[in-house]
Design a protein around this ligand. Structure first.
Ligand SMILES: *Cc1c(COP(=O)(O)O)cnc(C)c1O
Length: 347
């Protein structure tokens, strides 16, 4: 009966696996979702969500401030498969109105966003999406379910790159889609047939990681807040972005929808490209890597690394200015983190 698919049984890991199911049920419960599905990476979660909920002729509204690969999926694949999209460069829901078409099926955003930490009012976007009968999908990677639950605020689906804070220790890739049962179960046939399944070993790692998520996030957030305040007190930075700093344009919204400000701090060096390069060259303790959400502090200067191939104009379109630095604040002692930045900023 199991082989004829007349009953559910663990017959093949592309179909189902007990370790993967354990991780899925933990993620569903953390996100207050009816159901969650685990995938091999964050990007396969994003892809599966689009592939199962969009068809030829549909239109999607994406925040300009989403993960680069998410936009690439439209540029390289969904575009040629007949799905159109618009990138919207505003955190104000009223600015999105003029982009809505009769074919608009999905609204996709990340809050706080990467790397500029823009904050979107999830309840307001949920009301807007409902009014237009559009699915609201939120990438909750930066906040984690410990700090923010988009479903409670009216989102239809939540995406995670479990590679980041869920693992939190830079070991494995993983992804999650969570939400209402009908919306998540629509993804199951794609997972079973296309196979971007989470490996059972990674599921076991990620399940163990969830046991320390709250402890790690408390420390990430506490350290990040102190670092943000320190940077604001220095005069090398033109501005510092951290959702729980009063100077953040989305401070009130962040306070209302997040338990704490998260583990990422961004700032703009007055000295631009040159100052950014110099800071990266001088740090001693922090890792220089494109990952984030690790136990160790990681510093990135997108203009001279991940986005160096783009022109300055192209970078500015995606909110990456020449002096922008992103720190994924780790679990080290805060004095060591500050000492490293302090010595790297030098005179
Ligand atoms: C890293 C990341 C992803 C992609 O996740 P992978 O696990 O690397 O595939 C998606 N969204 C955000 C916000 C990310 O930071």
């Amino acid at each position: 009966m199991a082989f004829a698919e007349e009953m559910e049984a663990n017959i093949y890991s592309r179909y189902s696996n007990p370790s993967v199911e354990e991780f899925e049920s933990k993620m569903a419960s953390l996100e207050n979702a009816e159901m969650a599905i685990a995938t091999a990476s964050g990007m396969s979660a994003v892809f599966a969500c689009f592939a199962c909920h969009l068809k030829q002729g549909d239109h999607v509204l994406l925040s300009q401030a989403v993960f680069g690969s998410t936009i690439k999926l439209f540029e390289n694949f969904f575009g040629k498969w007949g799905v159109s999209y618009d990138l919207v460069n505003s955190t104000l829901v009223t600015d999105w109105q003029k982009f809505v078409k009769r074919e608009t099926k999905m609204l996709y955003l990340e809050t706080p966003s990467n790397p500029a930490l823009e904050v979107f009012d999830l309840a307001a976007f949920a009301t807007f999406a409902k009014a237009h009968q559009i699915l609201l999908v939120v990438d909750n990677c930066f906040a984690t379910p410990y700090l923010q639950n988009p479903i409670d605020l009216g989102s239809d689906l939540v995406i995670h790159s479990a590679t980041k804070y869920i693992d939190g220790q830079g070991r494995v890739l993983g992804g999650v889609v969570a939400g209402k049962k009908d919306l998540v179960s629509a993804i199951v046939p794609f997972m079973r047939n296309a196979g971007p399944t989470l490996s059972p070993f990674n599921a076991w790692i990620l399940s163990k990681s969830l046991e320390t998520l709250s402890v790690r996030m408390d420390r990430h957030c506490e350290n990040a807040m102190v670092l943000a305040q320190f940077l604001e007190s220095r005069n090398e930075a033109l501005y510092v972005r951290y959702p729980f700093l009063k100077s953040h344009p989305g401070y009130q919204i962040a306070k209302s929808q997040m338990k704490a400000g998260g583990g990422i701090v961004a700032f703009e060096l007055k000295g631009g490209l040159q100052a950014g390069r110099q800071l990266i060259d001088r740090v001693k303790m922090m890792s220089i890597s494109p990952n984030l959400g690790d136990t160790r502090s990681i510093i990135t200067h997108p203009a001279s690394s991940t986005h160096s191939k783009l022109t300055q104009e192209q970078r500015e379109q995606v909110g990456i200015t020449n002096g922008l630095i992103r720190v994924s604040v780790g679990l080290e002692h805060i004095d060591d983190i500050i000492a490293d930045i302090d010595q790297a900023m030098g005179k």
